[in-house]
Structures are given as structure tokens and as C-alpha cells.
Ligand binder design. Structure first.
Ligand SMILES: Nc1ncnc2c1ncn2[C@@H]1O[C@H](COP(=O)(O)OP(=O)(O)O)[C@@H](O)[C@H]1O
Ligand SMILES: [Mg+2]
Length: 260
């Protein structure tokens, strides 16, 4: 089976200016020589502590941040070698739920307009957008009443559901969720985990879950990549990673998870 995503020796980082007189930006790496594949139908968790580089991986994956070296293939295409029009077309096949629901929603837009955005960008007629919005909202467990509300009228859990609905409205083949439960209370976390599992069961897509929480990873994913300070320390079947971790760092993660 052909992978839907390939990272090949990817090194990436952020620009820093060394000394205020220096005009030559330097890149301080935060990801070192990463290689991994994601296959159709995978339920993959990218696990690591805050600052490990998880969100940076997602930015690279979404075509938002060019690596210093290495190659990134999405649906077989080298995304940083593509024309921007082709890249946009490619990203219609991906749904993305950003970290931090509160700050990711435009407070000036009603939910209907938030949901409409991805389809409007594709020129879908408004009548169809409205139908789609109702359908996907019901699917994530929200009523039509939410359509004309603004984000600050919604609870954290409802905001997260709206973001998930927006990521699903164009029927993506890959769904990427960045820390989907981290900003939520524990009882709401369980509901969102249930929803993610329902989505996977109903839509048969490829799921990439980014989390610092081994428990969340275990409830959702079956394969794991353990990231530590920009390096993959271990990768494989999640049950095996938890029961028989090979790397010292994974062992520490599992230990702190068990004694939480
Ligand atoms: N815009 C940025 N400019 C400079 N450094 C950044 C930026 N975003 C993230 N970093 C740094 O890159 C590293 C990885 O960050 P990130 O990918 O957000 O980690 P995670 O999502 O695992 O918490 C951290 O050391 C962080 O401080
Ligand atoms: Mg992050």
C-alpha cells in the first residue's frame, strides 16, 4: 500500500537573529532528521511533551513551513516542489483541527460562516453549504441552533466540536487533530475521544492525533510515534510501546502515565 504521507530525513527549525547587528537569519533546528510514513486507514498518535516539535511536524505537513532539508510527500506529491494552486487542491483532501479551540475560531463569525469557509473557498453553492453544515453539525453532536451563534457563546467542548465539524465538512481523506482534548475538562475530554472514534469508524479516513497524553493516545490510536526534543525515539504498535517500551524515554512516559 502506498503511504499517504512520507517524511524523509526532515530537518526543520525557526529563524533566529544572532546578535542585533546580524542581518543573516539562522535557523535553529527543532526537528532532526525525521523519517516516518503514514498509510491509508492508519490511526497514528504523535506523542511527546510540550515543546517536542509536534505542532511543527503538522505545520510542515500542511505546507506551511518549509524544512531546511529532507522531503515531504503528501498523497505521493513532494509538496514543497508543487505549484501553490496544485498544493491548494491537495489540501482539500485533508481536514485539520488546530490546537487551542478558543483561539482558533474567529470571534466575529457565526458558526455557519465558520463551517462554510472551506467549501466557499471551493466555490460550492450556498444552498449546498447550508445542507452540509447542518449534516456535519448533527454528526458531531450539535443542534442547528448553534448555526447562528458566535464562538464566545459556546462552551469549550462545543467550540472543539465546531472545529471538528469544520475539518470534516469537505469530506477529507486525512484528519489531523492537534491536542484535541488538552484545553478541556476531563469529562468533556472523554466525549471528544468518543467522537473521534466515531468519526474514524464512520468515515474510514486516516487519522493523525497529536498529543502529550499517553492515555488519550491509547484511547484513540493503534500506532504511536514518540517524539523527544525533535527526535523520534521510538515508533510502533501503541500497545507494545506501552507494555514493552524499548527506549528509556518511552519507559519514563509510561511510568508517569501509570502513576498519574
Ligand atoms: N514560531 C516559532 N518561532 C520560534 N520557535 C518556535 C516557534 N514555534 C515553536 N517554536 C519552538 O519549537 C519547538 C517545538 O515547538 P512545537 O512544535 O510547538 O512543540 P509541541 O507542539 O510539541 O509543543 C519549541 O522549542 C518551541 O519553542
Ligand atoms: Mg503543539
Amino acid at each position: 500500500m502506498e503511504p499517504v504521507i512520507v517524511f524523509e530525513n526532515v530537518t526543520a527549525g525557526y529563524r533566529v537573529l544572532r546578535g542585533f547587528w546580524s542581518l543573516i537569519p539562522r535557523v535553529k533546528p527543532v526537528l532532526y532528521n525525521l523519517s516516518f510514513n503514514v498509510y491509508p486507514g492508519d490511526k497514528l498518535a504523535i506523542i511527546g511533551e510540550s515543546g517536542a516539535g509536534k505542532t511543527t511536524i503538522i505545520k510542515i505537513l500542511l505546507g506551511l513551513m518549509k524544512p531546511v532539508s529532507g522531503r515531504v510527500l503528501v498523497f505521493g506529491k513532494d509538496i514543497y516542489a508543487l505549484k501553490s494552486s496544485e498544493r491548494r487542491k491537495l489540501y482539500r483532501r485533508i481536514g485539520y483541527v488546530p490546537q487551542d479551540p478558543g483561539r482558533s475560531l474567529n470571534p466575529k463569525l457565526q458558526v455557519i460562516d465558520i463551517l462554510a469557509e472551506p467549501l466557499e473557498a471551493q466555490g460550492v453553492p450556498w444552498r449546498i453549504i447550508e445542507d452540509k453544515a447542518r449534516e456535519v453539525l448533527g454528526f458531531v453532536g450539535l443542534s442547528d441552533k448553534v448555526l447562528d451563534m458566535y464562538p464566545d457563546q459556546l462552551s469549550g467542548g462545543m467550540q472543539q466540536r465546531v472545529l471538528i465539524a469544520r475539518a470534516l465538512i469537505h469530506d477529507p481523506e486525512i484528519l489531523i487533530l492537534d491536542e484535541p482534548t488538552s484545553a478541556l475538562d476531563v469529562s468533556i475530554q472523554a466525549q471528544i475521544i468518543k467522537l473521534i472514534n466515531k468519526i474514524y469508524g464512520a468515515r474510514r479516513l486516516t487519522l493523525i492525533l497529536v498529543t502529550h497524553d499517553l492515555a488519550v493516545a491509547q484511547y484513540v490510536a493503534d500506532r504511536g510515534i514518540v517524539l523527544r526534543k525533535g527526535v523520534i525515539v521510538e515508533e510502533g504498535d501503541l500497545m507494545k510501546l506501552i507494555r514493552r517500551p524499548e527506549h528509556e524515554y518511552t519507559r519514563l512516559l509510561v511510568k508517569s502515565y501509570m502513576f498519574e
